[in-house]
Design a protein around this ligand. Sequence first.
Ligand SMILES: Nc1ncnc2c1ncn2[C@@H]1O[C@H](COP(=O)(O)OP(=O)(O)OP(=O)(O)O)[C@@H](O)[C@H]1O
Ligand SMILES: [Mg+2]
Length: 206
Amino acid sequence: MNPHRVLHCYSPKGGSGKTMLALTLAGALAQHGRVLVVDYDPNGNDGGALRWAAQARDCDRPTSFMVSPAMPRRPEDFDVILIDHAPGRPARVTDGQVIIPTTLDPGTYFSARRALDVLRKRKPVLVANRVRLDRAEPRRLLAQLPGTLALSDRAIFASAYGVGATIWDEDAGLRNAQAARAEFQPVVDAVLARAGFPVRVPGEAA
Ligand SMILES: Nc1ncnc2c1ncn2[C@@H]1O[C@H](COP(=O)(O)OP(=O)(O)OP(=O)(O)O)[C@@H](O)[C@H]1O
Ligand SMILES: [Mg+2]
């Protein structure tokens, strides 16, 4: 397996968007190949990928990718493996791509900066998440980070989680999905480019 096709969604602080990124990226990448999400935090309080998969089963929703509590015996059976990490130290971030979501409150942001520094040899990608540009503090921080990928605070992510869907599921009846997809697409493209998949132009047929 191409090592860049293992993708760690990691952040030191809880609630910054690791699970959301892992699931939303998985939904997008499943259009390109066989995708597995590994939930390294199955007992976490806030619900991780395995709990999302249970929601999908409860809603009778087929999922376009698999979710498991451990790395597979045969990683080569998958084109991409995304790891939904527990918050904390990056001890298990050992290979592949690293994507670090952060909210733009100072505590979470500065922990993310430290993690970027610790993992700098792996060239991690920072994603500012739950961004509210109507507030001065996040606006100021984001202005200091030109070119950083950013995702707005959008109710659709919690709605999708609640029904075991992702923003890419056409039949989930999610509101404002188009705007969320357009904003998320640069995150997908950044990952695809590093993983060596052909990058699909948004709007082009798959
Ligand atoms: N861009 C967003 N807009 C609105 N809500 C979001 C966004 N991203 C994540 N959320 C919501 O914020 C909460 C925390 O997100 P998530 O569970 O992905 O974080 P996490 O880093 O995995 O947390 P933990 O460390 O507890 O596992 C969830 O309720 C999720 O639905
Ligand atoms: Mg999580």
